[in-house]
Design a protein around this ligand. Structure first.
Ligand SMILES: Cc1cc2nc3c(=O)[nH]c(=O)nc-3n(C[C@H](O)[C@H](O)[C@H](O)COP(=O)(O)OP(=O)(O)OC[C@H]3O[C@@H](n4cnc5c(N)ncnc54)[C@H](O)[C@@H]3O)c2cc1C
Length: 386
């Protein structure tokens, strides 16, 4: 159970108790560091509990592929150790024209170079994997059986409980309001429940990251904006009907899969913002119904139970900002995951814990350099789902 008390001091304070903040706390506590997470609502209440469950290594650049390969190893290890569900049921990208096929061939070559076993398959092979698919317009598919999905509630809770077991403190319903800074050094944080003394702060607030940067007086331009993305869940269908995450860029940038309870969960690219509004819209309901039934016509028979919305915290190149901000000692950011932060969390936690405890990491952190925006060095835009 998260602690009720705000400690008077803590060596390291993480602002934000989503999957990113919680897994960083878990990794730091495991290494023997004194760490406290401060969360304004409850653990997981931001984007984390609203996400689509997907975990993929099918990216289009070397860094994200390497980070996600490590992340999948850690998802596997911790799901077995802590007993939460992580299923390697694959990701299936449906391709409809030659340009798409060429692009995915390039992506597959990068993935294969790092040992991710993605391959191009025929429409018939795709239909063997998901028999309900309409493949009449599909010309090929990109298939990696080692991608997968995890339950965001269960996994976040398990990481949180085990972070506490290693000595981390997780403080809920406590909002960071300001920084205490003297001569460019962090001395503490002001919250609505008093002050916590600390010298090291990690901003893991994703959609709210720019507000925390402003509180810290950071001048470096780190553009992270909140966008509204919506998701849908249907009534349950026969288990095992849609095992992998199925993606179609042609049909609305749709992604869909089946949850452990049997419902079909997913979304489309329909995006509103920048905004902090989270009310679901009728337009989304129409779009998701149209596109999902193009991909799997049998979904026409299903009842939609619920739609909801969450934030994609987006950067201009859809890659997160991860690293140390030199303007202030010692201030780190791990935010702006642009719709794929859940899957990255275990590897990002390792990367950030390396940077905090050793000042370096073997993971390709330079790709996520928070200073790249100011330098005008945007990365290849990461594949963003939905
Ligand atoms: C519809 C949808 C589908 C998605 N699908 C996927 C998917 O399939 N796979 C995937 O990998 N990702 C997916 N994502 C993205 C994923 O949800 C996020 O990237 C991820 O949850 C980010 O985690 P986080 O910990 O950085 O942020 P959050 O979970 O948002 O956590 C940030 C926390 O900071 C807290 N906070 C903010 N300000 C303060 C303050 N001042 N003081 C204290 N606490 C504060 C917030 O309350 C919040 O809990 C999806 C997102 C949406 C909306």
């Amino acid at each position: 159970m998260p602690s009720k008390e705000l400690p008077e001091r803590s060596e390291i304070v993480i602002i934000g108790g989503g999957i990113i903040g919680v897994t960083i706390a878990h990794e730091l506590a495991k290494r023997g560091e004194e760490v406290t997470v401060i969360e304004k609502r409850f653990i997981g209440s931001g984007s984390t509990f609203r996400c689509g469950t997907g975990i993929r290594q099918q990216f289009n650049d070397e860094s994200n592929v390497q980070v996600m390969k490590r992340s999948v190893e850690l998802w596997k290890k911790y799901s077995e150790e802590y007993g939460f569900s992580f299923e390697q049921t694959g990701y299936l990208f449906l391709l409809y024209d030659d340009d798409e096929v060429e692009e995915f061939k390039r992506n597959i070559a990068i993935q294969n170079r790092f040992g991710v076993p993605t391959r191009l398959i025929t429409p018939e092979e795709a239909k063997d994997i998901v028999p309900l698919l309409d493949i009449s317009e599909v010309i090929a598919a990109s298939w990696n059986p080692t991608d997968g999905k995890a339950d965001p509630f269960h996994s976040t809770a398990k990481f949180a409980l085990n972070a506490e077991r290693f000595g981390a403190k997780l403080v809920e319903y406590t909002e960071v309001k300001d920084f205490l800074i003297e001569n460019g050094e962090i001395k503490g944080l002001k919250t609505n429940r008093g002050v916590i003394r600390t010298g090291t702060v990690i901003n893991a607030t994703n959609a709210w990251a720019k507000l925390i940067n402003a509180m810290a007086g950071i001048k470096t331009k780190i553009p992270i904006e909140p966008y509204k993305h919506q998701a849908v869940i249907t009534q349950p269908i026969k288990k095992g009907s849609i095992n992998p995450m199925v993606i179609s860029f042609k049909y609305g940038h749709a992604y869909l899969t089946q949850t452990a309870h049997g419902g079909v969960v997913g979304g489309v690219g329909y995006e509103l913002g920048p905004t902090y509004d989270l009310s679901p819209t009728y337009e989304f309901l129409r779009e998701v119904s149209y596109y999902f039934t193009k991909i799997i016509p049998a979904l026409r028979e299903l009842l939609i139970l619920r739609t909801w919305a969450g934030y994609y915290a987006k950067t201009p190149d859809s890659n997160a900002a991860i690293g140390k901000i030199e303007e202030l000692s010692d201030y780190y950011i791990a935010a702006g995951f642009s719709g794929h932060g859940f899957m990255m969390a275990p590897a990002v936690a390792e990367m950030v814990a390396d940077l905090v405890t050793k000042g370096r990491t073997d993971l390709p952190a330079a790709w996520y350099d928070p200073y790249r925006f100011e330098r005008g060095e945007l990365r290849t835009t990461a594949i963003q789902m939905g």
